[in-house]
Design a binder for this molecule. Structure first.
Ligand SMILES: [Mg+2]
Length: 219
């Protein structure tokens, strides 16, 4: 049996972890790459997938360094995202999981590559903002990964070895290394994708499997 992860706080990735938004984001992300860079659909899917979990701005700059179209492509993507992100539904297990963990005494955060105002508004509209001690969104210089993790440590005083980060992308796993414990949620990436990347344990297929593998560190 899998060892339980002892923690005080849980940080949730947003897209593809709490919200079923990955099919939509991948679709517009791929569309923009095809339109602005003239790549085939197959190539765009590969380029999108290999960098997913990062802000789209970084996905573009990693894939097409110094390209003239970058600024416009990023702007078009963000506009398409904001127009339709509020239509993207939360996973059916999300609210039950948050509620249970909160009741048990875990401190909960969101860490997202979505702009701060958008992600805050998303949870306000669903009346779910109160589950979280803080919702951390993206702005240049403050992103999911080291910045958000250090913020949790410094502002909230929670040691990072007492934190579990749960995400659905390989980049999420890579960014958790040297900072927090990690739980992988299968979806866009499979168990074997995570294993190949070096994450061998604590891989779940559904958010409902999260609470049973966590153990609260008492105050
Ligand atoms: Mg994600």
């Amino acid at each position: 049996m899998t060892d339980k992860l002892r923690c005080r706080a849980v940080i949730f990735d947003f897209d593809g972890t709490l919200a079923d938004s990955m099919p939509f984001l991948a679709q517009i992300g791929v569309e923009v790459m095809m339109r602005f860079y003239g790549v085939s659909k197959e190539e765009a899917v590969d380029r999108y997938k290999s960098t997913t979990g990062l802000p789209y701005e970084h996905q573009i700059k990693l894939n097409f360094p110094d390209h003239d179209a970058n600024e416009e492509a990023i702007e078009v993507f963000e506009k398409m995202k904001i127009d339709r992100i509020f239509e993207q539904e939360i996973f059916p297990e999300s609210e039950g999981t948050l509620n249970l963990l909160k009741q048990k005494g875990f401190t909960l955060f969101v860490s997202s590559s979505t702009f701060q105002s958008t992600i805050t508004e998303y949870f306000l509209r669903l009346n779910m903002d109160e589950y979280f001690t803080e919702i951390l969104g993206y702005r240049p210089g403050f992103e999911k990964g080291a910045h958000h993790f250090n913020h949790v440590l410094e502002k909230h005083g929670i040691p990072l070895h007492e934190v579990v980060f749960i995400g659905d992308s390989i980049k999420d796993y890579e960014r958790s290394k040297d900072f927090t414990q990690f739980v992988a949620l299968e979806g866009m990436f499979t168990r074997s994708d995570f294993e190949e990347a070096g994450h061998l344990d604590h891989i779940i297929a559904n958010l409902a499997e999260l609470e049973p593998i966590l153990e609260l560190i008492p105050e």
